[in-house]
Design a protein around this ligand. Structure first.
Ligand SMILES: [Zn+2]
Ligand SMILES: [Zn+2]
Ligand SMILES: [Zn+2]
Length: 436
């Protein structure tokens, strides 16, 4: 039986060895839209308050703020009204707690799911193929550290949201947080800056591969899924859950830690890109295998050290120092095209952008872009966003023709991933036109 509004050309099915998944019923060409999914619920990240409308995620100047908490910003009264059922969970609480109001984004999103489940008892248009209730929790696979993190989140939920939410028992809350942890999405802008978190049930139906045939992009708070490889009738539709820059072992560590499975895709089996991703310097006296092994270990540690330092708001000058020192050390063994080098260069570029050191950012970006295009799949948001950042840097630094060239490279990928009519592409085309 066909339920009303079921997307055409795709169906839910049982994927051998993978549980449920999504399958194509017809052919999709590169750039074709498979389906869209409005967010079941979502939340704008605290750092983007004032830059984006809390309700529709539109990015514009002169948004008007909530008169009560003065923390939430909207396009107009309609957006403010539309957001109230969710914003009211936080509005008075933010006034009460002031500086001490600091629930994690996971807690904020989960509070909204609980509220939404109260208001909306019918199946939503976000759940045509998979409902929130059906989300996998993998609760039985969580270690003590993960369990404790969930208990901390539950405590924060009680602390900051008790006035407006009726909670179910602790066991159900554990399940809900575990479900959010492995089914939640983050929304990014065209430069891959974090905008917020959301739940897109139908999108969560797709299984993972490291050679995905679709990419998920966002238009406001709606997720769109487009083909980045030709898809034939009967093919499973696969997205990627993770950053595909890294070698097979690292990717699978990440997949096991966050999603509790090991990938068996073509790339994970053949490891065809691993050698280039781990490129060693070609010296007359090449480094010994154990030297390389130690350096890989060091690289993984420094990546974690940097992530922590950033999380704990270490001053940018110190962050940059971690990058430069590690690049120096790794550079004795690794080529500049090695993904661990690229990872630290990317972080350094981010710090330079934050410090408005445009020349510094450009220097790193120019080194990153070529190997990036090599390591990532043909259509990649990581590559598109890097071209975009480079293009905007060039233009800011009066290097017009290089800028226009880079922006056009970004558009070529975004035409496929975002769809030719996406407002991000219109904005970039305007930036190009302004250079004429
Ligand atoms: Zn709005
Ligand atoms: Zn408010
Ligand atoms: Zn894989």
């Amino acid at each position: 039986m066909k339920t009303e509004g079921t997307p055409e050309g795709i169906e839910r099915f049982i994927s051998p060895g993978k549980g449920r998944g999504l399958r194509a019923l017809k052919q999709f060409k590169v750039g074709d839209l498979l389906f869209t999914c409005p967010a079941y619920t979502y939340v704008l990240t605290v750092n983007e308050r004032g830059n984006h409308c809390e309700f529709c995620f539109a990015r514009k100047e002169g948004l008007s703020k909530c008169g009560k908490c003065k923390q939430a910003f909207y396009c107009n009264v309609d957006c403010q009204k539309g957001d109230w059922p969710m914003h009211k969970l936080e509005c008075s609480s933010m006034c009460t707690f002031g500086e001490n109001w600091n629930p994690s984004e996971t807690v904020r999103l989960t509070a909204r799911i609980i509220a939404k489940q109260k208001i909306q008892t019918e199946k939503t248009t976000s759940e045509k193929l998979l409902s929130v209730k059906e989300f996998e929790s993998h609760l039985d696979k969580l270690d003590n550290e993960k369990m404790e993190m969930i208990q901390t989140d539950i405590a924060a939920l009680h602390h900051f949201y008790s006035k407006h939410l009726e909670y179910s028992d602790n066991a159900s809350l554990m399940v809900l947080f575990a479900q959010v942890n492995c089914n939640g999405f983050t929304i990014e802008d065209e430069e891959l800056s974090h905008l917020g978190s959301a739940v897109f049930p139908d999108v969560a139906l797709m299984n993972h591969t490291c050679c995905p045939n679709v990419i998920v992009t966002y238009r406001g708070t709606v997720a769109e899924v487009r083909a980045v490889q030709e898809i034939n009738p009967g093919d499973e539709v696969f997205t990627s859950y993770i950053d595909l820059l890294y070698p097979t072992e690292d990717r699978n560590d990440r997949l096991r830690d966050s999603y509790f499975f090991t990938c068996d895709c073509k790339e994970c089996t053949t490891k065809s890109k691993d050698k280039a991703k781990m490129e060693i310097r070609k010296l007359s006296d090449p480094p010994k295998p154990e030297t390389v092994r130690d350096m890989v270990k060091y690289a993984r540690n420094v990546i974690e050290e940097f992530r922590r330092a950033k999380h704990y708001k270490t001053p940018p000058s110190e962050l940059l120092e971690i990058c430069e020192l590690s690049l120096d050390k790794m550079g004795a063994v690794f080529e500049d095209t090695n993904v661990y080098m690229l990872h630290m260069m990317y972080q350094a570029m981010g710090v330079c952008l934050y410090m408005q050191d445009w020349d510094g950012a450009l220097r790193y970006g120019e080194k990153i872009i070529k190997p990036y295009s090599l390591h990532y799949p043909a259509y990649s948001l990581n590559v598109a966003s890097m071209w975009l950042k480079l293009g905007r840097l060039y233009i800011g630094l009066e290097k017009k023709s290089l800028g226009v060239k880079a922006l056009k490279k970004a558009i070529a990928i975004m035409d496929v991933a975002h769809g030719k009519d996406h407002h991000y592409i219109a904005e970039i085309k305007k930036e190009i036109a302004d250079q004429a």
